[in-house]
Design a binder for this molecule. Sequence first.
Ligand code: 5AD
Length: 396
Amino acid sequence: MCYSIPGKIFKIEDNIVTVDYFGQKRKARNDFYSELAIGDYVYAQGGFVVQRIPHDEAISILDTWRELFVKLEEIDLKLARPPKNLNKYLETSSEKELYQLANSVRSKHLGNSCCIHGIIEFSNYCRCNCLYCGIRNGNDRIERYRMDVEEIINASLYAIKVQNFKALVLQSGEDLYYNEERLVAIISNVMKENPIFLIMSIGERDFNLYKRLYDVGARGVLLRFETSNPSLYERYKEGRKLRDRLNLIKELHKLGYVIFTGFLAGLKDQTEEDIRRDIEVTASLNPEMFSFGPFIPLDDNESKPPIELILSTIAKTRIAYPDSRILVTTAVETLYGEDGLISGLASGGNSLMINVTPEKYRNLYKIYPGRRGIGAERAIKLLHSIGRAPTDLGIK
Ligand code: 5AD
């Protein structure tokens, strides 16, 4: 199974390399290899070179891809044609045409690349009490678990070596059990064995802790600000301030981390104007990845946001920020099924996450009810059916 296509180094300028994928060129940062040369074959992920591949091996992998790659490009170009009459779209702005326009913008700016990241949810303990979240501290109706350091390392190496992931998110509640020593041990062991694009999603932890984690090889942070409306924020996130969260995200970006951030769409009392601002605030944080999803009510009796809300949010984001990377989240799949994922990808989305948490813990990470996650094989099939290929999206 393949979540990434090898590329050939075309140009090198300091630590930035340009990688060629069957004619598509993308830039990537080289933080992990000292000797790379033009003509070398590499895997890049999230804009980082994560692996050098021996020539012969790369050529045989590319041989198996060539024909499929051309076919996927053709399918994507056909599906991503702009609406027939743009002027008419601008006047009528029907939802369907909005999605179609966004899809054509995505295809024009980023081709058929779609990144796939694995995610391991290693603990559902959390010190926060966010009212929208099922693993909040105050919820005593869920079973708690923590994976130990070795289990996390092994699960990560399995995802990298056996399942072939080149990018991995390590996520937990805000759980102080994972102190600097434990987190450093996890990251350095994984990176020593097999460099990948490692993204930490561990909540609002100390800046100095994040700095240490960067030093040992973590390069991404997934930290949503959840809502840009300060009063909604304070209502949902007891004792927390929006300003602190935004400042932390900005500081982490300055440090060199690649940022995945965004918000929840469909919170009670959230307005259309709030969501418009949420999109703007996300963009102002210079994220590598927009990560926003529909809010799923914890109580079955509460109404769920309609799919149009998330599709139009994805589409507007794509049109406003054409070269952005936009994740279509597991929450979309949970609420609207695999068709929801396809619709999200066809409305401007170009990234998916696949849950690779060990089976015995997977159902315990109950941030919301009925959580679903597409399996790796189905995800690849689904992407192929809409002409997407797992080439790296590169750095902006
Ligand atoms: N519905 C959808 N997403 C949720 N999250 C937490 N609770 C919910 C919910 N009820 C999201 C938050 C958090 C991410 C890990 O999960 O946005 O950042």
